[in-house]
Design a binder for this molecule. Structure first.
Ligand SMILES: Nc1ncnc2c1ncn2[C@@H]1O[C@H](COP(=O)(O)OP(=O)(O)OP(=O)(O)O)[C@@H](O)[C@H]1O
Ligand SMILES: [Mg+2]
Length: 303
């Protein structure tokens, strides 16, 4: 992956030079980050995305491309719009009545915000894991099989059973595979009928990841998935994310800088006002950010 540098020093005033380590204006810098390029194909394209909640401007003209089969971290201080951004990618913000969204989000080049998009299908392709684990108050098995059954991918209903066409074996395979992929199988294999709410927080979060995998998503959005977990459970989730990115496109919000540095290939830094201030290779963002504001944030001087 490489980041392109295109601006010159000639056409700027002294005032404009204030604000970034390279003396570029925010505007220039932002133009450059639009040019941030990577070798992998773009999975999600975001262009000039603005989100308002009533009069509150939560995201301000955000543009970024997210490459497929990789981990992209979103970092920034509380209230800067990270969750808002994440929720735009599978139109979860549609559920917020005060939210108004302008701009474009594409998935494999197809506009997500056009009329006629099937939201159930979209959210199947772009799954989400939330900060607090939210398993259904059902058995561990049902937590995994619920989605595929709802989507009609497996049928274990009465009619299917009577007709001898029940997908019970396929369901059991799927349950096992998803739990294995989420690194939970060994801990729950002998208690699949137990209520999922009886699992520990870290287990519940991995169950939610397994549930997300059960409908074969292409993108997994994670909003601080490990913030409530102990270091061991966190390490398991981090290993899992690295595994998942071999196959899926993962976009993760985290407040943990070390975590972002450990697990992501790209990092996007949002700052107050809902502005995407810098986006680039994770190593570059953490070792040599171009923006003073990003450097201050990363080194803990503000935020
Ligand atoms: N449902 C909502 N209704 C009204 N305002 C909202 C809503 N959700 C978010 N906001 C506002 O939008 C701004 C961005 O919020 P958001 O939750 O996206 O921030 P965040 O970066 O995820 O913060 P945190 O790190 O604390 O989770 C905030 O000012 C917040 O108050
Ligand atoms: Mg948030």
């Amino acid at each position: 992956m490489s980041k392109t540098t295109s601006t010159t020093e000639t056409d700027r005033t002294d005032t404009e030079r204030v604000g970034t380590t390279t003396g570029e204006t925010d505007e220039h810098v932002r133009d450059e980050w639009r040019d941030y390029s990577f070798d992998a194909p773009t999975k999600i394209g975001v262009e000039d995305l603005d989100v308002y909640y009533g009069d509150d401007h939560a995201l301000d003209g955000v543009s970024m491309d997210i490459p497929e089969q990789s981990v992209t971290a979103l970092i920034g201080p509380s209230g800067c719009g990270k969750s808002t951004f994440l929720r735009c990618l599978n139109r979860m913000n549609d559920r917020v009545s005060s939210a108004r969204i302008d701009g474009s989000v594409t998935l494999d080049g197809q506009e997500v915000y056009q009329e006629g998009v099937n939201l159930v299908e979209l959210r199947k392709r772009v799954g989400m894991v939330f900060q607090s684990p939210n398993p259904f108050p059902k058995s561990i098995r049902e937590n995994i099989s619920y989605g595929p059954e709802k989507h009609g991918d497996i049928d274990t209903g009465l009619l299917a059973r009577v007709l001898g066409r029940s997908d019970e074996a396929a369901r059991e395979d799927l349950v096992e595979q998803c739990l294995r992929d989420a690194a939970l199988w060994d801990e729950v294999a002998d208690r699949l009928d137990d209520n999922a709410l009886g699992l520990s927080g870290g287990q519940q979060q991995r169950l939610c990841i397994a549930r997300c995998l059960s409908v074969h998503p292409e993108v997994i959005l994670m909003d601080e998935p490990a913030s409530a977990l102990d270091p061991i459970a966190t390490a398991k989730i981090e290993d899992l994310i690295a595994e998942l990115s071999q196959e899926y496109t993962v976009v993760i919000v985290t407040h943990n800088m070390q975590q972002a540095a450990r697990i992501s290939e790209q990092t996007a830094v949002f700052l107050t006002g809902g502005e995407l201030v810098e986006y680039g290779d994770t190593d570059q963002i953490f070792e040599d950010p171009e923006s003073d504001r990003v450097e201050d944030y990363i080194t803990g001087k503000f935020g």
